[in-house]
Design a protein. Structure first.
Length: 56
């Protein structure tokens, strides 16, 4: 849910730095959240070198 709000704010032109400050997280945290992929009730991390940008 939080990432949906982040995406909505970004679409409205809010800077990522401002969003992160409001949430109390670093921009790198947002990147990590985006890399999380739910799989069988667990979260596994997608390789940063992966060319696959869609969910698995």
């Amino acid at each position: 849910m939080t990432l949906a709000h982040v995406d909505e704010a970004l679409e409205r032109g809010v800077r990522l730095e401002a969003i992160c400050e409001r949430l109390g997280v670093a921009p790198r945290t947002i990147q990590r959240w985006r890399m999380r992929v739910p799989e069988h009730g667990e979260h596994r991390f997608r390789s940063m070198l992966s060319t696959d940008s869609g969910p698995r």
